[in-house]
Design a protein around this ligand. Structure first.
Ligand code: FNR
Length: 337
């Protein structure tokens, strides 16, 4: 398969901080996503981590050497479909990270769209949209040093011609595809997504363009296809609609939320996902249901076991947990805040 083909005509789980950890990614693949992006991981966090094969879980872990936390956990099931997104402002650091993880992922993506203060101040994310030379240097350096495909995810600029110019500059660096969120750095989710920009970018470039920003209008798989057709892009990347119910990727219809939460918790237990991350993800699925009686009980939980009990999965938790402990799984379980 060519590097471009990997991203062509695909339905993709978008990068989402805290949401895009291993259980969400595997579930997205189960329901039918073709590719799954990790949450953005800042370059220096990966650079101060050590790669470790976790034989008990069957995973590859990148462990932070300063505090022992898992920076990135992956497994062979997703290797050919997982794209690691890096937050970076520096070509040398970006290349080092890409070389470190290359054998464990299908591709590397550079975040050029994050509008948060932390990213902008650090010269990362959307800051790169306004420093195209630096953006080019990062892409060229990474592409020159790894075999896997390299992409970037951007937001549009205020002006269409400027946006097209930027996209062409980035394309000429040798990226395999480009993901475009149709809002500017200054716009938030309530602003409308610039469909016409996405259409024009797709028409102007020869690499696959991945349309993003359509979750407001996405409730089912058919809506994803409709968004793809409307934007005339090769592929679609979905964030919030998948955060709320990841079975949106299913061609056979969206599943009831309780079924999705149970399937999610199974992966959380199987892969010893941290209780705080698990709780955060379930909370973002429950949304207004947090006001129900079960939702209120859920908000009181502090451990993975307590969360599992609420969905009648205590037996599954206990059996799996005991097996993992017997096989020598080490590592501290945090409690939810
Ligand atoms: C995001 N987004 C995001 N983008 C990115 O490039 N890297 C990231 O780590 C994150 N993190 C993140 C977390 C959460 C909780 C949300 C909701 C969003 C932006 C996301 O990928 C996407 O561009 C926007 O949400 C627009 O797409 P949707 O939501 O309309 O499909």
């Amino acid at each position: 398969m060519s590097k471009n083909e990997l991203y062509s005509d695909k339905i993709i789980l978008a990068p989402m901080v805290r949401i895009g950890t291993l259980p969400t990614r595997l579930l997205a693949l189960d329901y039918g996503a073709d590719l799954v992006y990790t949450e953005e991981i800042i370059d220096w966090k990966l650079l101060r981590s050590k790669r470790r094969e976790n034989e008990v879980l069957g995973t590859i872990d990148y462990i932070d050497l300063t505090d022992g936390t898992v920076v990135f956990r992956t497994c062979s099931r997703e290797t050919s479909q997982v794209i690691l997104q890096i937050g970076t402002s520096d070509p040398d650091r970006a290349l080092k990270v890409a070389q470190l993880v290359e054998s464990d992922v299908a591709g590397i993506d550079i975040n050029m769209g994050c509008p948060k203060e932390f990213s902008i101040k650090g010269g990362m994310g959307a800051a790169l949209l306004y420093q195209p030379e630096k953006a080019e240097n990062i892409l060229k350096k990474v592409i020159s040093g790894v075999k896997c495909p390299v992409t970037c995810k951007i937001r549009v600029l205020e002006d269409l011609d400027e946006t097209l110019k930027l996209c062409k500059r980035l394309e000429s660096c040798g990226i395999a595809a480009i993901a475009v969120h149709g809002r500017t750095k200054y716009e938030r989710q309530q602003h409308s997504n610039r469909i016409e920009f996405l259409q024009m970018i797709s028409e102007s470039l020869s690499i696959p363009v991945i349309a993003n920003g359509g979750s407001k209008e996405i409730d089912t798989f058919e809506d994803i296809i409709h968004f793809k057709e409307k934007t005339k892009c090769s592929s679609v990347m979905v964030a919030r609609a998948a955060e709320w119910n990841v079975s949106v990727f299913s061609r056979f219809g969206k599943k009831p939320l309780d079924d999705v939460i149970k399937a999610y918790l199974k992966y959380a237990v199987d892969y010893d996902n941290s209780p705080s991350n698990t709780k955060y993800c379930v909370q973002n699925m429950l949304r207004e249901l947090q006001d129900t009686e079960k939702g209120k009980k859920f908000l009181e939980t502090q451990t993975l076991q307590q969360i599992c009990e609420l969905w009648d999965m205590q037996d599954y938790f206990e059996t799996t947990h005991e097996k993992q402990q017997n096989e020598g799984l080490i590592g501290r379980r945090d409690v939810c805040p």
